[in-house]
Design a protein around this ligand. Structure first.
Ligand SMILES: CC(C)(COP(=O)(O)OP(=O)(O)OC[C@H]1O[C@@H](n2cnc3c(N)ncnc32)[C@H](O)[C@@H]1OP(=O)(O)O)[C@@H](O)C(=O)NCCC(=O)NCCS
Length: 157
């Protein structure tokens, strides 16, 4: 029996090696955690090797401090033929005082590839269950449309 879950959370400890020039966690380290968590969710949902194809709506809302416990919550919000869009929320928890805050949000897209030649392969479709799911799925469609329009607008003349 396949029990493919549309949600997954990974946790990381922000370490001194993740520091930026301002003494907080480097944005690149946060992006790496997002990519790792969404990769795990994409592979679990599709049952295939997956690659990142797009990242949008990335907002760094609050800094992550060294020593924080970082939770990266990934939630499937839309599927295409081979693509999967995930909404991601990164929360940072100060372990000394227990205060948690929203640090980063984004939407990330993965594509499932088949093993022998790395061609996009069909993924199981995901159906929104709740009103919030339907709202997120509608926004995901709009975001994909806008991203495509932006790509076209950025083509050199
Ligand atoms: C993923 C990849 C194999 C797709 O190849 P392709 O020739 O564009 O294949 P397709 O045109 O059939 O697109 C496959 C899917 O990706 C989606 N896609 C491709 N580029 C996209 C983008 N920029 N944003 C959102 N979705 C995108 C397509 O919409 C399609 O979705 P669907 O199957 O659900 O309809 C190719 O783009 C690639 O190798 N990209 C590099 C991936 C990578 O190196 N990632 C970083 C390291 S993991």
């Amino acid at each position: 029996m396949n029990d493919r879950r549309p949600e997954l959370t990974l946790r990381f400890l922000a370490q001194p090696t993740d520091v930026n020039f301002g003494g907080k966690v480097h944005g690149g380290a946060v992006m790496k955690w997002i990519d790792q968590a969404a990769y795990a969710a994409a592979v679990e949902w599709s049952g295939a090797y997956c690659v990142t194809v797009a990242l949008s709506g990335l907002s760094f809302i609050a800094p992550v401090r060294i020593g924080d416990l970082v939770s990266v919550a990934v939630r499937l919000i839309s599927t295409g033929r081979s693509s999967m869009q995930f909404a991601v929320e990164v929360r940072a928890r100060d372990l000394q005082n227990g205060v948690e805050r929203l640090a980063t949000r984004c939407v990330i897209v993965f594509v499932a590839l088949d093993a022998p030649d790395g061609k996009p392969v069909e993924v199981q479709g995901w159906q929104p269950q709740s009103a919030r799911d339907r709202q997120l799925a509608a926004c995901a469609g709009e975001l994909a449309r806008l991203s495509k329009a932006m790509e076209e607008a950025m083509q050199p003349d």
